[in-house]
Design a protein around this ligand. Structure first.
Ligand SMILES: *Cc1c(COP(=O)(O)O)cnc(C)c1O
Length: 358
């Protein structure tokens, strides 16, 4: 029998979430961020389902190559920008727009051979201090770009928000102010908002919003799930019980014997573990759904398997379905138990998991 572990990708939920984003940012164009293989959901599959988006955002030129090979003709933006001179002809060949965040990129563009003008998204560092030009250097960078024959005239102005998941945060207000000052009077459309800003910072929406997680139905706002914002989970990770055992009171379960049975009890074994991308570090009691009802993990998650307290489901049998996250169990709950955000588990699914499109 094939391993029963699967990730079902609900493409109707992707479309629903895109329409929710449009509803919340009605005057903005939407760049669907599909980096990291569509947040682990499958790049081509996600992009086809989201072909109604106005552009795609990727982190690697190879992803742009895949999107073009799949026949997608929307604008594509390389969010981390290009790294070397040889990337410039690739940008032109694939008709990919690029973020410009560093003076080394200006120098490479100045030396570029004549050819189709490349559209640039000039990134301002308004306080996240990852990528971008310092506010005082933005005008000079903009003027240099405008003077280059290799660069298209319609330069976009953008930044990235560090704390938009904390609605009302001082840092976001500060970043909005710094960006507005650094770009005041410069021509061009503007783009600031990631998913959390789409959900909680309407003043940041401007001309282009750039949601990733929200399209996959995932919220990074602490204590919430996408459902709280009208989003639907896109991925359902599921497997089956491959054994149900009765274990006696006082016996210990799994590696390092971390969990002791408080009474004689049924323990289910499900065919999923960290080798499939399920986080190893979740504590006992982290929920799964067995036959649609909650049950708690006991003992350590191992590479191929996990063990489940079935006292609430004495009739559960080998072959019964187990849902790890998806409809009825938000991935945000599992992520919180693993001390991370919902994006990480969905990006971590490994290749042995079968993907099903629904
Ligand atoms: C990843 C990324 C986004 C999307 O962030 P989400 O929180 O997933 O919405 C937007 N803009 C940039 C520059 C990014 O790198």
């Amino acid at each position: 029998m094939a391993r029963p572990t699967s990730a079902t990708i609900h493409t109707d939920a992707l479309r629903h979430n895109l329409s929710q984003v449009r509803h919340r940012a009605p005057n903005s164009r939407v760049m669907a961020v599909v980096k990291a293989d569509g947040y682990g959901h499958g790049l081509e599959r996600v992009a086809r389902a989201l072909s109604g988006a106005d552009a795609f955002g990727v982190a690697a030129l190879s992803d742009a190559e895949r999107l073009r090979a799949a026949g997608l003709s929307q604008p594509i933006v390389l969010l981390s920008g290009f790294d070397e001179v040889q990337d410039i002809p690739q940008l032109r060949r694939l008709n990919v727009e690029t973020v410009i965040h560093h003076s080394s990129q200006l120098a490479m563009l100045e030396q570029a051979l004549p050819g189709d003008p490349v559209r640039c998204w000039l990134k301002v560092d308004s306080g996240m201090h990852r990528l971008g030009f310092a506010p005082e250097d933005v005008r000079d960078a903009h003027a240099r770009l405008r003077a280059m024959p290799a660069v298209a005239d319609d330069i976009v102005l953008m930044n990235h928000l560090a704390s938009s998941d904390a609605f009302g945060s001082q840092q976001t207000q500060e970043q909005l102010r710094i960006f507005a000052e650094a770009t005041a009077g410069l021509p061009g459309v503007r783009s600031l908002a990631n998913s959390a800003a789409v959900l909680g910072w309407p003043e940041s929406h401007l001309d282009w919003v750039r949601p990733g997680g929200a399209l996959y139905g995932i919220s990074v706002v602490e204590g919430t799930s996408g459902l709280d914002f009208g989003l639907r989970p896109v991925m359902t990770l599921a497997t089956r019980l491959i054994a149900v055992n009765r274990v006696r009171k006082g016996e210990r379960i799994g590696y390092s014997a971390t969990w002791e049975c408080p009474e004689d009890m049924p323990v289910g074994v499900a065919a999923i573990g960290y080798g499939d991308g399920y986080p190893r570090n979740v504590p006992a009691g982290t929920p799964v759904l067995v036959n649609g009802a909650p049950a708690g993990i006991v003992g350590r998650v191992s590479m191929d398997l996990m063990t489940i307290d079935l006292r609430s489901q004495p009739d559960a049998r080998t072959g019964d379905p187990v849902v790890l996250w998806g409809e009825g169990l938000p991935v945000e709950v599992i992520a919180a138990a693993a001390d991370t955000i919902g994006y990480e588990p969905v990006c971590s699914i490994t290749r042995r998991v079968r993907f099903i499109e629904a």
